[in-house]
Design a binder for this molecule. Structure first.
Ligand code: SAH
Ligand code: DHB
Ligand code: MG
Length: 219
């Protein structure tokens, strides 16, 4: 089955979501820097882009930059006066991503914050920031905390998107010892119990394996 899911992912990509030279360059830059190839796929990137367009996002927050692949898909949906703040723990990742953002000609719209996401999110909150779309994609055990802080950085209508919440289907196992799975489980349960959002989870298959993307609209 895996092969057919990958083949269909490539088919969709060939029709609708082909990567341009800049996005291909991001994938290459990860390889050259020995960074993990855990960016969203092209089809998932296009979905992020379309979600940002749908909510007419002028201010986007991304938690987990890596090489800037999802950053580029998201920032390309911004209007001329739009801003994207992206948070990354590893200075080396932020440096590679910054190079890619410059190549994408998005330097004026993308603001980098290097450090622990939990600390930076608190700083943003103290500055009274709020965002139209928030993409959560950093360390999985911290997802529940990121959801809590994201809600405090939201307004009515904010779309919160979280990657990797199905983890190969492992989320249905009650006794998982994998801290990434446990993080996703706590996040998903928190979403289900949160009265301030309406939410669902999109199960995904394709070049990045079997996983899921949570979508939550703040009421
Ligand atoms: N959104 C990217 C992929 C992000 S991978 C894309 O799809 O293109 C996850 C990233 O989160 C990694 O670069 C990792 O260094 C970063 N990260 C891990 N823990 C973090 C933390 N506590 N705070 C901020 N970033 C963190
Ligand atoms: C991992 C992280 C991701 O953001 C992703 O999309 C896939 C895998 C990981 O840490 O294993
Ligand atoms: Mg991810």
């Amino acid at each position: 089955m895996k092969n057919v899911f990958e083949a269909v992912d490539h088919y969709i990509e060939g029709l609708l979501t082909h990567e341009d030279a800049v996005l291909k360059g991001v994938v290459q830059s990860l390889m050259e820097a020995g960074m993990p190839q855990i960016s969203v796929s092209a089809n998932q990137g296009k979905l992020l882009n379309m979600l940002a367009l749908l909510c007419r996002a002028k201010k986007i927050l991304e938690i987990g930059t890596l090489g800037g692949y999802s950053t580029i898909w998201l920032a390309r949906a911004l209007p001329a006066d739009g801003k994207l703040v992206t948070i990354e723990l590893e200075p080396k990742h932020a440096e590679v991503a910054h190079n890619n953002i410059v190549k994408a000609n998005l330097d004026s719209k993308v603001e980098f914050r290097v450090g622990k996401a939990s600390e930076i999110l608190l700083q943003l909150k103290e500055h009274g920031e709020s965002f139209d779309l928030i993409f959560i994609d950093a360390d999985k055990p911290s997802y529940p905390e990121y959801l809590k802080l994201s809600l405090q950085l939201s307004h009515s209508g904010t779309l919160i998107v979280a990657d990797n919440v199905v983890r190969d289907g492992e989320v249905v196992k009650k006794n998982s010892k994998d801290e990434n799975v446990i993080g996703a489980q706590h996040f998903n349960t928190m979403l289900s119990e949160c009265k301030d959002v309406t939410a669902t989870i999109l199960q995904t298959v394709g070049v990045k394996g079997h996983d899921g993307i949570a979508l939550a609209i703040v009421k």
